[in-house]
Design a protein. Sequence first.
Length: 393
Amino acid sequence: MSSSFYIEVHCQRRNFEGQRICGDVFLSKRIPEENRVIAVLSDGMGHGVKANVLATLTSTLALNFTKEHKDANTIAETVMKALPDCSVRKMSYATFTIIDIEFDGTTQIIEYGNPQTAVFRGAKPFDPEWQCVLLTGENAGKEIKTCSFKLQKEDRIVFFSDGITQSGTGSIKYPNGWGLENVTSYSAKLIANNPSISAKNMASKLVNIAYQNDGFKSKDDTSCAAIYLREPRRLLLCSGPPVESDSDAEMTDILLNFKGRKVICGATTSEIISNHSGIAIIDGQEFDDPELPPISFMKGIDLVTEGILTLSKVALLLRNYQNSPPAGKGPADQVVKLLLESDEIHLLIGMRINQAHHVPGLPLELEVRPTVARRIAGLLEDEFMKEVFVRFM
């Protein structure tokens, strides 16, 4: 069952000037079976490969121990015990912020060394009642900050490495750095000016301002992550005729009554929907992708494309995705764009065998529809933290 709100998570990073590898590492994981989202940001000491390795170790340990429901002290003690101390600074080689959110809004934050996380209720900063905890044992005297509270729809969490708060250090405008107070104030203004600003845009704007503060030459690895609890953007992708033709009407009803964006992938599927709904199909004439037939048009449907070839290319585009949506205008590119703009994705897959897909000589990458659908679902869940529901008919 889907939650009443969607937890959008995004991190934007910029490397220290001249470094090819970022010393900050961000990891996130959606755990559908437990209705949880975990996000971790770690800042490795220094820059480059060494910092990245230490931050990767820290964030991986933090994510795994948080996933196992360990308490804040145990998580912090275990992570810090695994890391060596700097012989000069007498402190761990990496900092971390851990955010653990359950789908009912129950949230725990654990911090060590990073700037204090900012929480917003609407456009106003929210005090989650931080507690400072002094560790014992091997890490005696070291302090972690932790808080537990209940998030609500339209709340945001913004957390970052010190590349954000220390940006601009030494400049006329910010001789002591941008600072936590200015970062929080700027974040609040962003929300006030655009109450629906996405987590991605929020994180990107903060990183860009920090870059600007540094004179467009980052003086440190600079990372900002944002979490936004909001109404989910829903999409239904329907592809393939049902096994039993008696279910054609049911598939049509599911699609037409769906609250959200609607995509049809498959000529036979669109014909079924057209026959049962009376909505005409208008064939397109623009070949925006030489590998695929043009898109078609149906009133009330956001996108209509060919079936298995398009889905196979969608899977390929998702697998090879870098940092921005596909630049092409082809049918598969448009499907990917709609998928990535959505949060809660429903795949309604018909299981009737299309004999055309078994003709000798067809490309080996042309796979059975359910296999491709499962691959797309896996990529959306694992790589893009989407909430995906698959139904076969």
